[in-house]
Design a protein around this ligand. Sequence first.
Ligand code: ADP
Length: 426
Amino acid sequence: MGQLENTLVATATQVAVTLQGADFIDDNQVNVRFRDPDDVVNAFLQGQRFFIRVIDQREGLVIETSEPYQVDISPQARNVNAGYETLPLRDTAIMMRVYTLPLEGYPLALQVGVSLAEVNATQALIFWMIASALLLTVLLGAGSGLFLASRALIPIHAITRIARQIGERDLTQRITLNRVDDELGQLALTFNTMLDRIERAFQHQQRFTADAAHELRTPLSIMHIGVEVILSQERTPAEYRAALDSIQEEVRRLTALTVGLLTLARADSHRLTLHRDLVDFSMLIRTVIDQIAPIAEHKNIDIQRDILPEVRLEADEERMIQLALNLIENAVKYTPEGGLITVTLTQTSGQVRLTVADTGTGIPPEHLPHIFDRFYRMDRSRSRDNGGFGLGLAIAQHIVQLHGGEITVVSQVGVGTQFGVTLPTS
Ligand code: ADP
């Protein structure tokens, strides 16, 4: 049963109660008057087109009605059982939903009818009310969604703006969001950390380029001046030869510098590839020492070898020679006459250890952390005489790291320096 039928039954029942209690209902002389049906009905059918009427079931006549609506007396009106029907309002297209309630003990039936048009109108009204409420909810939802989204986007706009401002030359800017706990705070933090790294790398690169340019300039200026002087007047063949010798020396230095720069540039761009082979490391170290021995002898420096034989290792032979040469050459360079260099090679499970110790000048503690930096030299003026650019240890460190190893240094001024290289055997 629908809501409408419920209302009709409730209305009919209420009205019937008032009728049945009334003493003016006479069995023979049917004479019914509604006292004030509106009182009851208003509560149910307020504002709707309705009627309440009493029908004499014997005659099939309307004997009292609340409204003068013309609705036919149907067979249901004379039925002894209660029931519903839909009847037209005469001469109109309006349909009425009618409920017939026979009044017990009397040949009478109470009919309550309500216009479906108005019910439909009410339904339509309710429909529109619900639809408008829905629309309003959707609009409000969309509006507040937009508002919240635009608020949420403020920090993203800030990040985008700063990211745009960060140019190639200004890497100092950082995103300042006073939120650490949420995702955007984390994003800003990650972004700033990434900028720190890029800025450091950029500064590193700038320093490297400036240092490289500076190092290239010195031999070029020396050659330039040398050529200018020699060409300023006629020279003897011996003088030309001396000038060319000096130029050749500078060319040698320039070549060494260029090779070093190229190695580091390749390492930076991860293009420094290793050609690994099984290398007899013991033999390799001995050969390198033999190569340097004449220079050491010249300085009256003794090289002690404590080399475990047949230490083999998967490595790039060329690079290993470069590494050993650099460490042993340095030891000779920075050890005064009459000093001692000890080269040891040992092996433990899975590891090879090479140490090069000298009784040289030593490295003061403040220089130690920078010793593997590119172009780092403790004494720039002296190292030119020694032929160094400060690239050797940086390259050595790259070689060791590429082989998955580690290089360390311990030193004491006036006592000596020891470099230690640990390499995995496989
Ligand atoms: P360089 O070509 O100048 O020797 P390196 O990178 O090989 O460049 O070394 C960097 C600096 O470290 C050197 O200039 C020197 O000051 C210091 N150094 C390297 N090895 C030794 C050593 N065995 N004893 C003392 N100082 C050293």
